[in-house]
Design a protein around this ligand. Structure first.
Ligand code: SF4
Ligand code: SF4
Length: 92
């Protein structure tokens, strides 16, 4: 059996497009790690846009992305491969 290379997800940012948001608070209710919080920030359409209060708690589960009816949430993440022996050796 070949060894499985393990990868660790790194969440770089979670952003809400304030112009698209309709202030439904679904992201606040369903994020399992309470990344979002209510705010007093009104967008130009008159909706209160949540803030990303704890991006470091994000697990990249994408629930908010799937549930946001306005597709207003953008999560940027990358996969960081753990170093293996092959990565550290410099054989020719
Ligand atoms: S789920 Fe989307 S539309 Fe609803 S409050 Fe969150 S970002 Fe705004
Ligand atoms: S991806 Fe998951 S953990 Fe991250 S903000 Fe969205 S719902 Fe919360």
């Amino acid at each position: 059996m070949s060894p499985v290379k393990r990868q660790k997800k790194i969440v770089e940012s979670v952003e809400i497009n304030g112009n698209l948001c309709k202030g439904c608070d679904i992201c606040i209710e369903f994020c399992p790690t309470d990344v979002f919080e209510k705010s007093d920030n009104l967008n130009r359409r008159g909706y209160y846009v949540p803030i990303v209060a704890r991006v470091e708690e994000c697990t990249d589960c994408r629930i908010c992305d799937l549930l946001c009816p306005e597709l207003a949430i953008v999560i940027k993440s990358s996969r960081q491969r753990r170093k293996t022996k092959a990565d550290t050796s410099h054989g020719d």
